[in-house]
Ligand binder design. Structure first.
Ligand code: UDP
Length: 412
């Protein structure tokens, strides 16, 4: 696997680390359990990292030197692709010939590096984009900068070079076809999963105690990278509007934001909270993982996912796995991650009025919340990383077959 811009060992929920890191680590773990040896190549970002680390049994992470450890943003990384790809090719040169059977690249930058390596080694290239520039630009948050045209070109190249594209949902498959002209026959839809062992229902009282949150409150949680694309500001504006409309209900609401800044001014959201008159009610918590994160979901009455675009939305699934309903924007993969009206509500807009309506509906109605909570775990249980890995393995087989056919045709 190639994951140039972010390591599966990084803490998700801040900087550039998010769902892709969780995806790469969990699918690698499940692939290894199924007997596939996985080596993940990522750019070295610290002198403290050993060149190679065993992340899980059967999963190695290689840190490839390419540019300085610190000070490069994701947007600078195209300048380091040559150095990274060189490192990738050099690593293989130290192995016995034919060591790698297939390359699975994550995000377009990795697709560029994987494209060269796959061609050199004569192996298939499988690509998962995680996000697409054209899709992001079509639903851009106010004030957010559009993805550069050079990324669009890079994605188009990877679409045409990869043997198989893995889309998280049918919606993403349609985007690959509609925006990038990807042929349907070269796309496999494989849903991401959730760790149902970590994210399981539990005692809300204990969870609130652990997080020092009031027992009688209505807790609305936002979990993820704090950046305009994730629209935490939409949640704040919805809560501010609700406070104007229903002060009595709002009195009981405690919004909790868990995550760290991601290429944004760290004061952007706290400043907005104060401007909207919510500064004294919002609770800010640092990013966390595993049981500590499961406690956040359990402590919440509702988890909000207001994103402007989302190729899937792991947070929505994790929240439901703990039995907590979700209010999410009706974009991208979220209608797959949330069963509309059964395990959560979907809002087809990012306006403060619509978010205030949805929040009032779910927070003001205990029995609706209980119904949604009752179905949330059942819906989440439809997904698992093991299933994802099974889908990925059959995609690898498909890619290998079409790669072999392609080679045969070009030999003729
Ligand atoms: N996450 C985490 N700790 C945090 C906040 C987020 O581990 O404090 C993880 C979260 O569990 C989820 C991922 O980051 O698995 C975010 O994935 P999602 O698909 O929701 O959004 P993305 O980051 O891919 O845009």
């Amino acid at each position: 696997m190639v994951s140039v811009h972010t390591s599966p060992l990084a803490q998700p929920g801040t900087g550039d680390a998010g769902g892709m890191n969780v995806y790469v680590l969990n699918t690698a773990r499940e692939l290894a359990r199924a007997g596939v040896e996985v080596e993940i190549f990522t750019r070295a970002t610290s002198s403290d990292e050993a060149p190679t680390v065993e992340a899980e049994p059967g999963v190695l992470v290689h840190h490839v030197p390419a540019g300085p450890f610190e000070g490069l943003s994701k947007n600078d990384l195209p300048t380091q692709l040559c150095a990274f790809t060189g490192g990738l090719l050099r690593a293989e040169a130290h192995r016995r010939p034919g060591h790698y059977d297939l390359i699975h690249a994550h995000y377009w930058l990795s697709g560029q590096a994987g494209w060269v390596a796959a061609e050199r080694w004569g192996v298939p290239l499988v690509q998962t984009f995680h996000t697409l520039a054209k899709v992001k630009n079509a639903g851009l948050a106010e004030g957010d900068s559009p993805e550069p045209y050079t990324r669009v070109i890079g994605e188009e190249q990877v679409v045409s070079e990869a043997d198989l594209l893995i889309a998280n949902t049918a919606a993403e498959a349609a985007e690959l076809q509609g925006h990038y002209g990807a042929p349907e026959g070269r796309i496999a839809v494989v849903h991401p999963g959730v760790d149902l062992g970590v994210f399981r229902p539990g005692d809300r009282t204990a969870a609130r105690e652990a997080l020092n949150l009031p027992q009688g409150a209505l807790v609305v949680a936002f979990v993820g990278r704090i950046q305009p694309a994730k629209a935490p500001d939409v949640l704040l504006r919805g809560l501010a509007r609700l406070r104007e409309q229903d002060p009595e209900l709002s009195e009981k609401i405690v919004p909790v934001f868990v995550g760290g800044p991601s290429n944004t001014d760290p004061y952007w959201l706290p400043r907005l909270a104060w401007e909207l008159g919510l500064g004294d009610t919002v609770q800010w918590r640092s990013p966390r993982s595993g049981e500590a994160l499961a406690q956040v979901y359990r402590a919440a009455d509702v988890v909000a996912v207001p994103s402007h675009n989302e190729s899937f939305g792991l947070v929505a699934l994790e929240a439901q796995a703990t039995g907590t309903p979700v209010v999410a924007a009706k974009v991208g993969g979220l209608p797959t991650a949330v069963a509309e009206g059964r395990s959560g509500l979907l809002v087809d807009s990012h306006s403060a009025d619509d978010w205030a309506d949805a929040l009032r509906k779910i927070l003001g109605d205990t029995s609706l919340r209980a119904d949604l909570a009752g179905n949330a775990r059942t819906h989440a249980a439809l997904f698992s990383w093991r299933e994802t890995a099974t889908g990925i393995r059959s995609s690898y087989r498909r890619a290998a077959e079409s790669h072999a056919t392609g080679r045969l045709q070009s030999a003729c």
